[in-house]
Design a protein around this ligand. Structure first.
Ligand SMILES: O=P(O)(O)OC[C@@]1(O)O[C@H](CO)[C@@H](O)[C@@H]1O
Length: 410
């Protein structure tokens, strides 16, 4: 699929300055956002349809969603849906418009909500609670790539703690490349296979915020299950074991979302996969299992994690949770879009400025899979543009960006 970087409305090659950065829509043919709605969503509907022996009701609902996504307008949820009222408020401005004309962040989120309705996930029938993405997540978790990744932990067990910490942090960052939604249209993207380029690396600041032995709480906002969540859990074990954190709250999605996003069921599957593995992986798994029992590791699934909104609009209870943590680590591309705002910011806009509203220190660990980017050094940006690569959206580049409690100048 030929996806190109979205351009300004005037067709210029660079994003607009911060004061008028435009919201990303999906109505520019050839742009990344357009490609997601035009190609990824229809492909996903067919994959889900083929993965289950659904009945006529589900097939008809999937046909209707496909037609609406491709050629129709956005329709509200049925009044019988329990979150009908909530989505009526969120969608007030967008119902009746083409899916391509709504903000990209909003239309993608609503697409996943509608897909779950189509397959009866929220209904009262037999398909209630059946995750339509489970077969893909399960296949990935059982795959030989995970076996190899777990075996590699044995070699890490004896290296000095700081080297191990760096390796585990990088595994968590690059684990984000293995997202299943990405693979609907990009083919298999194996972590570690492409140019392992960090376009920003504030990892020193991250470790400074979490010195060993301080007994603090860290919040981790998870992204994908499987090959991303496993390295995230291994990093969590390292933080707990070496007392960079006394307690970790792992935030997951309350329902299936963006294909492979982690839910509580996925955390359980990953913990079981670790605990049943031989060697170091098994030891990590049983430590994490114990940490769940003692409350040192706690899982939460706040409804806001499936809302079509930026974190700037988070509710008070979540704001208080993040404020109480010494550091909040946000994983992945979607969390990044929600953190800095899904707009075509100038790439050198300081990360600290875009996240100044966030309650407490925040770190973003993300591979680049959409057009949004801030916090780049000018020279880094120039080198990336010179390279001619599709660095914004292809998942070949990544970043570790951190804003401490008081913000930073860059
Ligand atoms: O949040 P994640 O899993 O890292 O990425 C989500 C993603 O696959 O979905 C969007 C397109 O559907 C893009 O933002 C991004 O490529």
């Amino acid at each position: 699929m030929a996806e190109k970087t979205a351009r300004n409305s005037d067709g210029g090659p660079h994003p607009t300055p911060e004061r008028d950065a435009r919201v990303i829509l999906s109505n520019e043919p050839g742009s990344f956002a357009w490609g997601v709605l035009a190609n990824r969503h229809p492909a996903l509907i067919e994959q889900v349809r083929d993965a289950f022996p659904y009945g006529p009701r589900q097939h008809e609902a999937l046909d209707a969603l496909l037609e609406q996504n491709n050629n129709g307008v956005i329709e509200p949820l049925a009044p019988s849906e329990s979150d009908h009222e909530q989505w009526s408020v969120w969608g007030r401005e967008f119902f009746g418009r083409s899916w391509f004309d709504a903000p990209f962040l909003w239309s993608e989120s609503y697409f996943y909500r509608r897909l779950l309705s189509a397959v009866g996930y929220f209904g009262t029938g037999p398909w209630q609670g059946v995750d339509p993405f489970a077969p893909f997540k399960r296949a990935e978790l059982r795959g030989t790539a995970v076996d190899e990744e777990l075996r590699a932990l044995d070699a890490l067990a004896d290296v000095p703690a700081d080297e191990r910490a760096t390796a585990l942090l990088h595994a968590s960052v690059w684990g984000n490349r293995a997202d299943l939604g990405f693979r609907v249209t990009e083919g298999d993207v194996t972590p570690g296979a492409a140019a392992d380029d960090l376009v920003a690396d504030d990892s020193a600041q991250l470790w400074q915020l979490l010195p060993a032995g301080t007994g603090v709480t860290v919040a981790v906002v998870a992204d994908n299950a499987g090959r991303e969540l496993i390295p995230d859990l291994i990093l969590i074990d390292h933080l707990l074991l070496h007392r960079h954190a006394e307690r970790i709250v792992l935030h997951v999605k309350p329902y299936p979302y963006y294909v492979s996003d982690a839910t509580t069921a996925d955390v359980v599957d990953c913990l079981r996969r670790l605990a049943e593995a031989p060697g170091e992986a098994g030891r990590i798994g049983s430590r994490l299992w114990d940490a769940m029992a003692t409350g040192r590791l706690e899982v939460r699934a706040h409804p806001f994690f499936c809302a079509p909104l930026p974190y700037e609009e988070m509710p008070e209870d979540l704001r208080a949770e993040f404020a109480a943590a010494t550091l909040t680590i946000l994983k992945g591309d979607l969390n990044y879009r929600r953190l800095v705002g899904d707009r075509m910011w100038a790439e050198t806009t300081p990360f600290a400025d875009r996240t100044a509203y966030f309650p407490g220190a925040v770190a973003a660990l993300r591979t680049l899979k959409s057009d949004v980017i801030v916090g780049l050094e000018q020279k880094t940006l120039e080198a990336l543009e010179r390279s001619g690569a599709t660095w914004r959206t292809s998942g070949t580049h990544a970043l570790i960006q951190v804003r401490g409690e008081t913000g930073r100048s860059r």
